[in-house]
Design a protein around this ligand. Sequence first.
Ligand SMILES: O=C(O)CCC(=O)C(=O)O
Length: 203
Amino acid sequence: MDFQGTLFEAAPATPDFSGLIRTPLTRGAWVDVCPAWLPEADDVFRALLDDVPWRAEQREMYDRVVEVPRLVHTYLRGEALPHHRLVEARESLSAHYAPELGEPFVTAGCCYYRDGQDSVAWHGDTIGRGKIHDTLVAIVSVGDSRRLCLRPRGGGDSISVELGHGDLVVMGGSCQRTWEHAVPKVARAGPRISVQFRPLNVF
Ligand SMILES: O=C(O)CCC(=O)C(=O)O
C-alpha cells in the first residue's frame, strides 16, 4: 500500500463549507466542490481500509461474468460507520444541504480503488428516486487523487474534478438524471476510497 498520509493536515477541526465552490451545469444540474473538507482524513482512510468488509462485485458482460474493477460495501440506514469523523461528515452534510435536500443523508456507499486500474464506468445514480427526482449525492474522497469526470447524457463537453485526500464533491439538482459520472482508469495511482452519502432510496 503506497499511500502516504499528509504530514500536516490542512483540513479544519470540523467540516467547514467556507471553501465550497458551486459550478452550475446544464439542465438544472450542479456540482459543489470543497477541497480539504474532511478532518483527520489520514485516520479515516486507515479505518476504512482496515475495517470495511470490502467485497468484490461481478457483472455480466456479453457472454461472460467479469469482476467489477473496485471493491465496495454499503452502510445502510442505522448501521454504524467505521469512523466518528464519517458520522460527523454525514450530519454536517445533512445540516448544510437541508434547505435544498429537505431530508437527511442516511446511507454511505464505500468504494475502494486499489490502484489506477480500478475504475467506474459512466453512469448516473438512477436506481430509486434519482431516476425521476432531483437529489443530492455527496462524495468524500480519501487516499490518492483521482479524477471524477462528468458529462451530459446524450452528448456534450465533459468536465472533470480532481478529487484529493479529504476533498468533498456534491452532485445536485438533476445531475443523476441528466448527467453521467465516471472515475476513469489511469496509468498509475495509489489506493483511494470514496464514501458516497445518499438520502434514502437513492442508489
Ligand atoms: O468514486 C467515486 O467518487 C464515484 C463513485 C460513484 O460514482 C458511484 O459509486 O456511483
